[in-house]
Design a binder for this molecule. Sequence first.
Ligand code: F6P
Length: 479
Amino acid sequence: MVKSMKADLHADLVVVANRLPVDRVTNPDGSQGWRTSPGGLVTAIEPVLNDNDGVWIGWPGGTDEAMEPFTDNGLHLVPLSMSEQEIEEHYEGFSNATLWPLYHDLAARPEFHREWWDTYQRVNRRFAEKAAEVAAEGGTVWVHDYQLQLVPAMLRELRPDLTIGFYLHIPFPPGELFQQLPWRRQILEGLLGADLVGFQLAGAAQNFIRLVRQRVGHKTHRDLVYLPDGRTVRATAFPISIDARGLDELSRTESVVKRSEEIREALGNPRKVFLGVDRLDYTKGIYARLRAFAEVIADGHFDVDDAVFVQVAVPSREQVETYKVLRDEIERLVGRINGDHGKLGQPAIHYLHSSYPREEMAALYRTADVMVVTPYRDGMNLVAKEYVACRANDDGALVLSEFAGAADELRQAWLVNPYDLNGMKQALLDAYRAEDRELGRRMRAMRKTIRQHDVAAWADSFMSSLAEVRGAHRKTLQP
Ligand code: F6P
């Protein structure tokens, strides 16, 4: 349901993210509407927003003219439009062709363009101004991700009364890489506008603290930065998670169980189904993993009657050149592998360039005997956790890159170095051959981990840390 919202909003909690948590849809009668985006972030933040009557500021996608705030399914949304040039230079350019590869271990070569930086600053300022406008006196603002790293400092300047949290969903790189950025100091200072800066992993928080000490010259101790004006900033890890219980329940529903049987049947009832699910992104290691699978077949360990690979590649950032090139490379490789190893009606790789609803994903996870998650670098990787959540029978194997944040928690996966092709081949084979007892032992342990650390626990832990710094912050503001 969509309702327009009062213009004179003053919210105690404001979430600021590059995108709104809803996607535009065309209804059966041809009218335009919104659908809540799939993914855990909305699930996690929705209760926090509802408890605080909060609002979410974000880009609705596309290049529409200014839109009025509206309410959809109880979520108060404040759209912030972007021009074509802003999409090109802020979103596709600085965010996804400069910061994204730089923060992901240079998985592609980052491009540094001064015009992109100008637009990044301009868009960040618009987000900060909008947050300053809608946040109530003494309220809390939670800013998300790499597209908006300047917002905390810009917002603090406009509204020193606010408590500001920032959470980075992607990795934060070590100094040797970060220092390539011509605007490194401005980014660090932008983040230091927050009271609390959250990262996926402790290592990322340490990278940040060290850079602040070396580059900006502030005093630091453990996870604290001491600013010259007397303020302190805390930088620490809050590993994100998923709605583990919700997915577990979904994976047991009759319709998902039935759909999973249909999928296996459609794949020709092989002994084992391998699965990869990723946005089509060069950080995900899709090419190397498919090569490894093909080589295991070529080495004669199994053929397409024994095992097939389903690769879901969700379209992503399709206007960015590196993503276009990647798509061509992967599709060429899939064609070659199927040409070499497929049989009539039995391809080795089932390649799907599409996104699917939650139910279909749960059915795919339920079908997969071996889930293969092999990014070169990933902040967390929620697919690995979603797979575990959907294995209600405590079976199935997870092959997981040691460079995904999730590897810190899912220690019982078959951990691999995605740069080591032979190592990956061996892990695929070990997972394929693993005995039921071994699978059960590993899966039970991983399921316990994700049940204990679900997305609600993540949001609670960030919000309560923010409330603590808020207490301290209030004291410093008192005369
Ligand atoms: O992983 C970082 C992230 O920004 C996620 O928050 C998001 O789901 C994904 O990348 C895709 O982002 P977008 O389509 O907005 O570029």
